[in-house]
Design a binder for this molecule. Structure first.
Ligand code: NAP
Length: 468
């Protein structure tokens, strides 16, 4: 509604056409917010680079977390909404430039996330046997762009693993690597992933924090789950749980830290058990270099202390942790989309309440939501509030005339098809969905992820008899 309470005249004979780029949770919540209002008539194209929707719900949330992944059923309601059109398999900047896309729509909402890994900047980081969490997660969730050969080579013969970082992604990786084949069997992981994990003779996993247990960013529910693994024992050094009185006081003010410390201290008497994977949680150590000639053999770490401001300060004391696989899980950063500004340092698109800023000023018709707006933090649900905030800005702009329906507009899908691209629409996605369920049934599972783009598109073509 406009300020005087009257509905604005939003459109010259057609709804406001909005392209949302990225069909993960942020994009789907943005589309939902657009469809849940009637003041501004809209039509939404929900575009994704992959032939599949759901972003990090499909290719981020660990496959051994089926309840969390089930949020896709709720998200699907927005895909099914008559005002929303899913347009997958479209790479903005390749299949269509951003400028061209903008000529087809009245507004664009960027929600394509933050998919690049961060580096540590230490010697040996690029040795074989050193992987980014993004690579391992892409592989075990069956992302079509995963480098299967590289990840499987890194996993071959692995006995000891160091995971750098103590966020929820690091716990996902530690937990997935510690799971028994029986625990992983019912998941949606592709069969080759299950086979490679079952074949890796992992005996010891160390999840490594550069600061103390009170500064770990993992959440208590995820931490607690480590204590319930069928074939692994969580271990720690009780000395690392002893905090000085100042640190203890600061931790007491932080609910997550207090709960984490309680869980960790409850495991302080654990000892290694024969036949079980040792899952160490170690703190106050930062990697200074990776050792090895042809592949990683160890990580040299420096012991740290945490100062009153919560920063890790090196003590100069060095230690070697044997490792034949190192996974750095130290956060994500956003990619620049050709033609879109991204702040190099934060890896986010500069914005003001979701309005994209170009040269410090809001750029008419451009908005941003999700990780590419605020950085890689929070769980799936945080994107709902974030997307609503952005869409409120968009709707306010439509109501005050900043954002207008333009002249005649070509249809994006028609343009794409004309130039030989192969957009995947909702029914096509349903065909992929059905093919994954059918493949799962052959293994006695609810679903098995199709991990190759060619297989995903083949499922579409088989169902629609589309020539190609
Ligand atoms: P995160 O929580 O920011 O964790 C990053 C970790 O990397 C921190 O422990 C950080 O330590 C460490 N780190 C950063 N730079 C480092 C360096 N140079 N050397 C050593 N350690 C370094 O991020 P994340 O684990 O990637 O997760 C991203 C978001 O997704 C989070 O909001 C997370 O909660 C969410 N997520 C949730 C779930 C779930 O709910 N189950 C699962 C996965 C992810 P410092 O704190 O010292 O910087």
């Amino acid at each position: 509604m406009s300020v005087d309470g009257a509905s604005p005249p939003p459109c010259a004979g057609r709804p406001l056409r909005v392209a949302v780029i990225g069909a993960g949770p942020a994009g789907i919540y943005a589309a939902e917010a657009l469809t849940r209002q009637t003041a501004v008539p809209v039509a939404v194209d929900l575009i994704d680079r992959l032939p599949t929707p759901f972003g990090l719900v499909r290719h981020g949330i660990a496959p051994d977390h089926p309840k969390m992944r089930a949020i896709r059923d709720t998200l699907h309601r927005t895909l099914d909404h008559p005002l929303v059109r899913f347009v997958g398999n479209v790479d903005i900047g390749v299949d269509v430039s951003l400028d061209e896309l903008r000529r087809h729509v009245d507004a664009v909402v960027y929600t394509y996330g933050a998919s690049l890994d961060r580096h540590l900047g230490v010697e040996g980081e690029d040795l074989p046997g050193s992987l980014a969490a993004t690579e391992l997660v892409a592989w075990y969730t069956g992302h079509p762009d995963a480098d299967r050969e590289r990840v499987e080579a890194a996993l071959t013969g692995v006995r000891s693993v160091v995971v750098v970082g103590v966020g929820n992604v690091a716990l996902d990786i530690g937990r997935v690597l510690a799971r028994t084949p029986d625990e992983l069997e019912p998941t949606e992981m592709p069969q080759h992933v299950l086979d490679a994990l079952a074949a890796a003779p992992v005996e010891e996993i160390t999840v490594l924090g550069r600061r103390g247990p009170a500064q770990a960013t993992f959440t208590t529910q995820e931490l607690r789950e480590l204590g319930e693994l069928a074939g692994a024992t969580v271990l720690m050094d009780p000395a690392e749980m002893e905090l000085d009185p100042g640190a203890e006081e600061r931790a007491a003010d932080d609910r997550n830290a207090t709960r984490n410390l309680a869980v960790l201290r409850g495991w302080a008497d654990h000892v290694p058990e024969p036949g079980r994977t040792r899952l160490w949680l170690r703190f106050f150590r930062r990697p200074v270099r990776f050792l090895g000639e042809d592949r990683v053999t160890a990580v040299e770490v420096e012991r740290t202390a945490v100062d009153a401001d919560g920063r890790a300060i090196g003590t100069g004391e060095l230690e070697l942790l044997p490792a034949d696989l190192v996974v750095r899980s130290v956060g994500y950063r956003g990619t620049p989309l050709p033609g879109l500004p991204v702040d190099e340092r934060s890896g986010t698109v500069p914005n003001e309440v979701g309005r994209v800023l170009r040269d410090g000023r809001p750029s008419p018709g451009e908005y941003v939501a999700g990780w590419i707006k605020r950085g890689p933090s929070g769980v799936v649900g945080h994107n709902k509030h974030d997307a609503r905030e952005t869409i409120a800005s968009l709707l306010a702009d439509a109501e005050d005339g900043t954002l207008r329906v333009g002249g005649p507009i070509g249809d994006l899908v028609d343009t794409l098809v004309t130039r030989g691209a192969e957009p995947v629409l909702l029914d096509d996605w349903r065909a992929i969905d059905a093919a994954e369920v059918a493949l799962g049934a052959t293994y006695g599972r609810a679903r098995t992820t199709l991990h190759e783009r060619a297989a995903l598109l083949a499922a579409v073509r088989a169902a629609t008899a589309r020539p190609r």
